[in-house]
Design a binder for this molecule. Structure first.
Ligand SMILES: [Zn+2]
Length: 327
């Protein structure tokens, strides 16, 4: 693993100095200059493939991954996984499935590397193959246990959680464990205590999401919780102002902010499933964290000319970004 870390460092150094397209070519030449089977050759081809992928050049990405696979040398993750990913993008499903089957067969042996299950699971998830992704994440958890009793593969635990939500599975013990082990923090506008907790902690590394109820949800929200009118805002315009204001306050201390759009029916199911109190601010915080984790949030602030986060179809500068919102 030491060699792979050195290679990764070098790639990251180069990335700060040369443009992306040049970098991909440079890495490919670097790999090709090594004799077949030399230590690190497959890893260099793998990085070249990744950089080609980042600039959307799938043909060259594929060619680099093919060469990494052919080389047979080691890498952080078996290059057949990256090759399968590109092949799925290119619509070459049959071959991709064959590679994934091969990986599954080989993964029953011990020395498969610590990130393989997570990576293949993510690739399948990314391509909407949630059932298969779930099997890989489950297998990754079993694998980690076998390697070291009591060990928990957090990548697979998180992936398992994500795809199980998409598949509509009920929360189980591992899902609950996942929710408790998360670092992501999200703040409901009026969850003051948690805001204070975070302000004293490692705030700069965490992402904060403020919960926002879209316009078509808002009447139902207010009629369910009339006592929250004062905190959420008496009408939707006021609610938008409150959310924008809270985001600006948070921006003084935190770098990554986002807006999570709540859906009342989903929220109520969320609270029932967790036995949480629906009117408790910390439950809204948990729900905002949940939206963050599932990547269902909008980054804040948008650029001045970008559509506003509140779905008004106005540019941010002419909507919630316009003036200092009132107190
Ligand atoms: Zn707006």
């Amino acid at each position: 693993m030491r060699l792979f870390e050195e290679i990764l460092d070098e790639v990251e150094q180069l990335a700060t100095r040369v443009p992306p397209a040049t970098l991909a070519q440079l890495l490919e030449r670097r790999a090709a200059a090594l004799p077949a089977g030399a230590p690190g050759r497959a890893a260099w081809f793998g990085h070249a493939g990744e950089r080609y992928e980042m600039i959307g050049d799938l043909a060259n990405a594929r060619s680099c991954y093919e060469q990494a696979v052919e080389d047979g040398g080691g890498a952080f993750v078996d290059p057949r996984a990256d090759l399968a990913n590109v092949l799925l993008d290119l619509g070459e499903t049959r071959r991709a499935e064959q590679l994934i089957d091969d990986l599954r067969n080989d993964s029953s042996e011990a020395d498969v590397g610590e990130f393989l299950h997570e990576r293949v699971g993510e690739i399948l998830e990314l391509h909407g193959r949630h059932e298969e992704a779930l099997r890989w994440f489950d297998a990754g958890l079993v694998h980690a246990q076998r390697e070291e009793p009591g060990a928990l593969d957090l990548g697979c635990l998180n992936g398992r959680y994500r795809v199980r939500r998409v598949l509509g599975r009920p929360l189980d013990r591992l899902d609950r464990l996942c929710e408790h082990s998360r670092r992501e923090y999200a703040a409901d506008p009026e969850d003051e205590q948690r805001l204070l907790d975070v302000a004293g902690g490692s705030a700069s590394t965490s992402r904060h999401t403020v919960l926002f109820w879209p316009q078509d949800e808002y009447p139902a929200v207010l009629s369910r919780w009339p006592h929250l009118t004062a905190t959420l805002g008496g009408d939707h315009a006021e609610h938008r102002c409150r959310v924008e204001q809270r985001l600006r306050e948070l921006a003084e201390h935190h770098e990554q902010l986002a807006v999570g759009k709540g859906r009342l029916v989903e929220y109520l199911a969320f609270t029932r499933e967790r036995g949480a109190v629906e009117t408790d601010p910390s439950t809204r915080g948990m729900y905002a964290a949940h939206l963050t984790f599932l990547n269902r949030v909008t980054e804040w602030p948008p650029a001045p000319d970008q559509p506003c986060w509140c779905d008004s179809n106005l540019p941010y500068r002419r909507c919630c970004g316009a003036a200092a919102p009132g107190p």
